[in-house]
Design a protein around this ligand. Structure first.
Ligand code: ZN
Length: 211
């Protein structure tokens, strides 16, 4: 915990309570942890001063990157915690960026993204059935948004992601690629998904180096 009176930046945001949908005020206090300003500790408190944020560093994330960053700085492929939002009963929703290509430099084709999304959907459902909420495409075609309930451990998420990518390499078909289960079922390619999985696995050691 931070010592009282320590110098910090304060950001006050109006947000939405996850259960009652009422508006609430959240104060984010950002404490510099290193003299060069590269590492921060972020705390969130409600308007009564009660701490409401998860300590993301304990989950293996670099707290200084668990915010919206200048996209010119982003490396890829990487895995980055975007946010950890705790509800009044203690449950936490984690939003994770699975960045696949460097923003404004390289873009995924719609077919490649589509098939890869189906594999991510099937994989996270299989390996984190209690925690998986959703996977969504980034509209800029450079990655995916992963949303999990009560699982924010960086090691666990990286391990599951790696397993899903390895499963893609040996898969015989794209999951859910039928007219009953998909809104554009002809737009799939197992080969493109496998090429993508192989290239992401090759840089596994650098997944956590976000900037
Ligand atoms: Zn589909």
């Amino acid at each position: 915990m931070s010592a009282p009176g320590r110098r910090h930046s304060l950001i006050v945001m109006l947000t939405w309570c996850s259960s009652c949908r009422d508006q609430e005020i959240v104060q984010y206090r950002i404490y510099p942890m290193r003299s060069d300003g590269l590492i921060y500790q972020v705390e969130a408190r409600d308007d009564k001063g009660k701490a409401i944020m998860v300590d993301v560093t304990k989950l293996g994330w670099d707290a200084s990157t668990a915010v919206e960053l200048d996209h010119r700085r982003l490396k890829a492929p990487t895995i980055k915690l975007r946010s950890a939002i705790q509800g009044p009963n203690g449950d936490v929703v984690y939003c994770i960026d699975l960045r696949i290509t460097r923003p404004n430099a390289e873009f995924l084709s719609t077919t490649k993204m589509h098939s890869f999304e189906h594999f991510l959907l099937a994989g996270f459902r299989k390996y984190l059935p209690e925690n998986f909420i959703s996977i969504g495409l980034m509209g800029c075609q450079t990655g995916f948004y992963l949303v999990l309930l009560n699982e924010g451990n960086a090691e666990v998420i990286c391990r599951v992601y790696e397993q899903i990518l390895r499963d893609i390499l040996v898969a015989g078909a794209v999951p859910y690629a039928s007219v009953e289960q998909c809104g554009n079922y002809r737009n799939h390619s197992l080969e493109l998904a496998q090429t993508l999985a192989r290239s992401i696995l090759q840089s596994k050691d650098n997944w956590r180096q976000v900037v």
